[in-house]
Design a protein around this ligand. Structure first.
Ligand SMILES: Nc1ncnc2c1ncn2[C@@H]1O[C@H](COP(=O)(O)OP(=O)(O)OP(=O)(O)O)[C@@H](O)[C@H]1O
Ligand SMILES: [Mg+2]
Ligand SMILES: [Zn+2]
Length: 454
């Protein structure tokens, strides 16, 4: 019999490789590939005998109404879930260590429990006393949440099966272990197997199961990406250290729109909802200054204004710095190349720093024009008009492409006191009464109109 060969698995994305390598080809992460014992397999029998039983097949028509969603009453959370928690769904909440996952989910558990749902919170990371102390600090001591501290999957499933809660929160998936798997807790095979069991349980019993997963940069612990495909909904809790803003973002949702965000502020008393994120993200804006441009964006179903900030300075380095935070760096490189090739505005010999104020992350291509505007404004040392927002996608030819939901973007801008917008010529709609709209066909015209000869 062939000797079982150990597999090399990436702890960040779960891809398997034939041999060890410093970098994972599948996800590009460094130092994430580890050697793991293969899953034990029975003797291969092939499917030649077809001994299975027939699967009952049905049509697509249904009389069943969609199941009622459970609302937590935390509006920012309910919206990201697509309008509430779907019974029997499996949700993964990923995030960096210490970002506030346990705080968020304890608050969620309390909110679900207070609105009449049976909620169980299983902590594999902290002792019950520790979780109770957090609950005390968050003012949740009286919420009817039932708390357990356990890491053995078998015991957790037995408990959940007996209790049949509406919501079960498992904090975290990386601490669980199944006695069926010979691997350490947190290894790719344990994380996969325990997540699989819990997802199966959710479907079978109609309990909504929420799994917490730590984002790991490298090392022996499997990251949440390893289970992303197994669950119905993937939420990431993001934020920057030193900033009090936290963003809960839907990366995948089988029961609602992806890209929806919920915005929170971390305070001593826990996470509080931010109902008007635009006002928050623009709150640090002072007098108009070079390098600042306001982007009128859409996150999920909601318009959100953010400030793109650029700093451009002469470089002493052979290959100048391109430091980008909160924006796609590939996108920024493309915009720099288009500015150079189509508008003859070189950035060679200049260090470029770009970020989004408030620790927000912006992925929409519609942000291109605001990024270009911030870069040009910083390079020319000229402020953009303070009452102006921008949006539009830049193509490689330098043309500006219209983007969706222009009217929603403009309405939000007007609500926040902006009276002027620069957008692509081909944008549909008339614009809003009382708002000056400057339509521009391409980047070259934009440069000419906004920064003189450029
Ligand atoms: N006594 C306190 N007062 C105010 N804020 C606190 C207090 N204790 C913790 N915090 C805040 O809560 C955050 C940690 O939250 P939490 O434990 O929910 O994070 P986590 O993502 O679950 O972390 P871990 O990776 O350790 O599980 C800290 O970063 C801190 O900002
Ligand atoms: Mg935690
Ligand atoms: Zn990988």
């Amino acid at each position: 019999m062939a000797k079982p060969v150990n597999a090399f698995t990436c702890t960040a994305c779960g891809a398997t490789h034939r041999k060890w390598a410093g970098k994972c080809d599948a996800c590009g992460a460094w130092n994430t590939i580890i050697e793991e014992a293969p899953l034990s397999q029975g003797p291969g029998r092939g499917l030649g005998t077809l001994k299975g039983k027939p699967v009952p097949l049905s049509g697509l028509a249904t009389q069943d109404a969609p199941p009622p969603r459970a609302q937590s009453g935390i509006a920012e959370l309910d919206r990201v879930l697509g309008g509430g928690l779907v019974p029997g769904s499996a949700i993964l909440v990923g995030g960096d260590p210490g970002i506030g996952k346990s705080t968020l989910l304890l608050q969620a558990a309390a909110a679900f429990a207070r609105s009449g749902q049976q909620a169980i919170y299983i902590s594999g990371e902290e002792a019950s006393a520790q979780v109770r102390m957090r609950a005390q600090r968050l003012g949740l001591g009286d919420a009817p949440v039932r708390l357990g501290a356990e890491t053995a999957l078998r015991d957790i499933l037995t408990t959940l099966d007996a209790e049949r809660p509406d919501v079960a929160i498992i904090d975290s998936i990386q601490t669980l272990w199944s006695d069926q798997i010979e691997a350490a807790p947190g290894s790719v095979s344990q994380v996969r197997a325990t997540a699989h069991e819990l997802v199966t349980f959710a479907k079978r019993r109609g309990t909504a199961v929420i799994l917490v997963g730590h984002v790991t940069k490298e090392g022996q612990i499997a990251g949440p990406r390893v289970v992303e495909h197994m669950v119905d909904t993937v939420l990431y809790f993001e934020g920057e250290r030193g900033h009090q803003f936290r963003i809960l973002r839907a990366h995948k949702n089988r029961f609602g729109p992806a890209d929806e965000i919920g915005v929170f502020e971390m305070t001593g008393g826990g996470l509080s909802e931010v109902a008007n994120p635009s006002a928050l993200f623009l709150s640090e804006r002072g007098e108009p200054s070079p390098g600042s441009a306001v982007f009128a964006g859409i996150e999920g179903t909601r318009p959100v204004l953010t400030e793109v900030q650029a700093l451009v300075a002469p470089s002493t380095l052979a290959s100048p710095r391109r430091t980008v935070v909160g924006l796609d760096s590939g996108r920024v490189s493309t915009i720099l190349a288009v500015l150079e090739a189509r508008c003859a505005i070189p950035f060679a010999g200049l260090d470029v720093f770009l970020n989004v104020a408030g620790g927000m992350r912006v992925a929409e291509p519609a942000a291109d024009l605001a990024i270009a505007a911030a870069l040009l404004s910083a390079r020319e040392d000229t402020s953009l008009p303070a009452d102006c927002v921008l949006f539009g996608e830049i193509s490689l030819s330098g043309a500006l492409r219209p983007v969706s939901q222009a009217e929603n973007r403009l309405k939000e801008a007007q609500k926040l006191g902006f009276s002027r917008a620069i957008l692509p010529s081909a944008t549909k709609g008339e614009g809003l009464a009382g708002m000056r709209i400057d339509r521009t066909p391409d980047l070259t015209s934009f440069v000419g109109d906004t920064f003189g000869a450029g």
